[in-house]
Design a protein. Structure first.
Lengths: 317, 447
């Protein structure tokens, strides 16, 4: 730093070509050095990142090539674990379930969030903070508590069935998490409940950045509520939608807590998700290699989807 | 900031595996996964004398903190020169960290037995207690069936044979709880003595408009029922062989077919509610305690809760045998402690294990909700707890304790739970269910 300072301030004393070259080099020097100083600044964080994220990640890839119980010497498996991920119906089923969960964790919350944002944003109402707190509450509650609470609400005598009975729908009541057809839907709705508020918050803050003049212009042109939403609100929220999609789709694909607590994959493996199986394979089934392979596949899937979202929405915008 | 929380939370599942494996590798100081510990050298004759020097032991455990702490205190009172520091970890965390804990240079001297000990034993990290068994005559002091389930061969896969790696502090036992009032309302005059009588009682209860059974099949409830029916119809040696991992064992037996078919039939006939698949075993026990059904299959761990809630209205019997007078069998296991092969004080550690069958210990174990391995020394009890200790004495005398079927392979618990959920929902035949179990078994033990 101090050297840079002195060198850049030193007056040019010669005009020969050689001195010119030297001067150019001197001028170029600080820039190069500044580049290296920049790297120096990020070095501590970079080191931590490499040590705790990149290396463990690479090590997971390495482990996925072994059959290993966690203790005794491992045997080389090559790509065998990856073949198992693709061919084992249980593991493939889990990935399919995660894809179904995207509807409940991403599509529904974003739709609901947009709807709520459109309702709450058009006019300044009193008590906005109240609505925001109410809809945001599910985000504050730990997911394990959310899972346990919903598990109770879904039981035979739980709140969900009580409400159905109240409305004379006693014939539709059941132990929701024990139903082979509806368990995944029931679990998915927990995710919808959790994530809708987050999406609404994102969209509400996004709406406030939209130039009010646009709304005014739309109204003068005779646009109704619906038209205004499609023409002004939605285009203005594209970057927020991209963030919401990224976060919620990752939540769907990498879901673990809610499923683990509410059903643990029951009934009959109808609600297994990759995150749950990674945990199960590694910590109870003693198949670290297969767990690592599934984790790598899951990470790859998430990266692809996230990349697709950021490319797709940017080109639209 | 919210996004960050979600991202961190969702990445945790994947990251945990990576982190754990990195730590394991660092611990082993090599890139190729897996520790290469030399097996502990067989030592000569061992001493049963408790060392006279001041010794401090560390004990890692996850079950029954009250019982464990009381046992430690009673032991320290008897041998003041030995100090034991109990280190409690919740069950989930214990299971997750056990391998790291036991492989570390700072491993505790004593640790509660867990299925993960099988690999640790194969890796040479758990002390072989067989010489101490001979020196202390443990084969006479502890029930044979309970001790046998803590033996393991060199590969760490075959149970019931080879070196002894842990000693039990308290036994568990599964059987049938019944509601006295509802039983008489259903017109059932006495506790059934054969399986046929039990099934007739279920029908009577159904006819009387009562719910015969409470089953929590969302987790382990259905597997306890299935296993109880399986045990009474089978040769215990054959069932144990399959659970222990003896080569060539199969679950494709007539008895297992009948037990599975019984579960499907009970579900079809409405012997337990259609909501069973969405009810946890804990919740089903609570429902039973509130009078939701006449019978309920569960373990001794539920006794304290049921006793408090139902007072004198609850009783317990073992799943009755196929023929009257058949031998007493039941699923059960033990809370047991193992010794690290890295301990510097094996004599003091094994002295604590020996203490577990003492009359003082029996009182503490019984108070902790377990059945003492020294069944005769169990303090006298009343009500359902008395039923339990009587049943335990019968099982111990008949050598009829059978380990839980999910011990057959690490992935067996999930296979049993999800499979029985499918059987209950009439979506899987008995044959397919048993085949799926055998597939898991073969994958682990080799066909």
């Amino acid at each position: 730093m101090s050297l840079d300072f002195i060198q850049t301030r030193r007056p040019a004393s010669a005009t020969s070509p050689l001195a010119d070259a030297r001067r150019r080099r001197q001028r170029a020097d600080p820039r190069g050095r500044r580049k290296w100083t920049g790297l120096l600044y990020i070095a501590p964080a970079f080191l931590v990142y490499v040590l705790f994220v990149v290396l463990p990640g690479l090590h997971t890839v390495y482990l996925s090539m072994f059959n290993w119980d966690g203790i005794t010497p491992a045997t080389w498996a090559g790509l065998g674990n990856y073949r198992a991920v693709v061919s084992d119906p249980l593991l493939r089923g889990a990935i399919e379930h995660a894809l179904v969960l995207i509807v409940f964790f991403a599509v529904l919350p974003i739709t609901l969030g947009l709807l709520l944002a459109a309702l709450l944003a058009r006019h300044r109402r009193r008590g906005m903070t109240f609505f925001r707190v109410i809809f945001f509450l599910p985000q504050i509650v730990p997911l394990v508590a959310v899972g346990i609470t919903w598990r109770w609400m879904y039981t035979e005598d739980g709140a969900v069935n009580q409400i159905l009975r109240f409305f004379g729908l006693a014939r539709t009541t059941r132990a929701w998490l024990g139903d082979f057809h509806l368990a995944l839907l029931a679990v998915g709705l927990i995710g919808t409940w959790t994530l809708a508020g987050l999406c609404m918050m994102l969209f509400l803050s996004g709406v406030q950045k939209i130039d009010p003049a646009l709304y005014e212009a739309a109204r003068i042109d005779g646009a109704g509520t619906v038209r205004e939403f499609w023409a002004v609100t939605l285009p203005g929220l594209l970057s927020e939608i991209r963030v919401a999609l990224t976060v919620t789709i990752i939540a769907a694909l990498a879901s673990f807590d809610i499923v683990y607590v509410s059903t643990n994959g029951a009934p009959g493996n109808q609600t297994t998700v990759p995150g749950l199986l990674v945990y199960r394979l590694a910590f109870t089934d003693e198949r670290i290699g297969l767990a690592a392979a599934l984790g790598v596949v899951l990470t790859g899937l998430i990266l692809v989807v996230v990349a697709a979202i950021s490319v797709g929405i940017r080109s639209e915008a | 900031m919210v996004n960050a929380r979600k991202l961190v939370a969702s990445r945790r599942a994947i990251g945990a595996v990576a982190a754990a494996s990195v730590a394991l590798t660092l611990a082993a100081c090599s890139l190729t996964p897996g520790a290469h510990n030399s097996s502990p050298a067989a030592t000569g004759p061992v001493s049963t004398a408790v060392p006279a020097d001041q010794v401090t032991l560390r004990l890692a455990f996850c079950d029954g903190p009250d019982m464990t702490n009381a046992l430690v205190q009673a032991f320290e009172k008897k041998y003041p020169q030995v100090k034991i520091v109990p280190q409690y970890t919740s069950f989930d965390d214990y299971v997750k960290s056990l391998k790291l804990t036991m492989t570390s240079d700072n491993a505790p001297d004593l640790a509660e037995y867990n299925a993960a000990m099988k690999d640790l034993s194969a890796g040479g990290l758990i002390a072989d207690l067989t010489p101490y068994e001979a020196a202390y005559d443990w084969d006479k002091a502890f029930p044979k069936s309970a001790l046998d389930e803590l033996r393991i061969d060199k590969t760490g896969k075959l149970l019931g044979t080879g070196r002894l790696i842990a000693v039990p502090a308290g036994l568990s036992l599964v059987g049938v709880y019944y509601n006295r009032q509802l039983m008489s309302r259903a017109g059932i005059s006495a506790v059934p003595t054969t399986m046929a009588e039990f099934e007739a009682d279920l029908a009577k209860a159904k006819d009387a408009g009562l719910n015969p059974l409470s089953v929590g099949a969302l987790d382990a409830g259905a597997l306890h029922l299935w296993s109880a029916i399986l045990n009474v119809d089978s040769d215990p040696a054959r069932v144990r062989g399959w659970i222990d991992g003896q080569a060539g064992s199969t679950i494709n037996t007539d008895a297992a077919m009948q037990a599975t078919q019984a579960i499907a039939d009970y579900a079809k006939k409405g012997y337990f509610p259609a909501s069973a698949n969405g009810t946890s075993e804990n919740d089903s026990a609570t429902a039973f305690s509130k009078g939701s059904s006449v019978f309920h299959v569960n373990g001794n761990w539920a006794a304290a809760q049921l006793d408090t809630a139902m007072k004198g209205n609850v009783g317990f019997f073992l799943m009755p045998p196929g023929n009257a007078g058949g031998s007493a069998v039941g699923n059960g296991y033990s809370v047991a402690y193992a010794v690290s092969s890295k301990t510097k004080h094996p004599e003091a550690a094994t002295a604590f294990l020996d203490f577990l069958h003492s009359p003082e210990a029996a009182v503490i174990e019984s108070a902790g909700g377990f059945l003492p391995p020294n069944a005769q020394a169990a303090p006298s009890t009343t009500g359902v707890k008395k039923d339990l200790s009587v049943a335990n004495e019968h099982v111990v005398a008949a050598d009829g304790l059978i380990p839980f079927p999910d011990f057959a392979a690490p992935a067996m618990l999930d296979a049993l739970e999800s499979g029985l959920q499918s059987v209950i929902a009439q979506r899987m035949s008995a044959k397919d269910f048993l085949d799926s179990l055998q597939t898991v078994w073969n994958a682990y033990h080799g066909s």
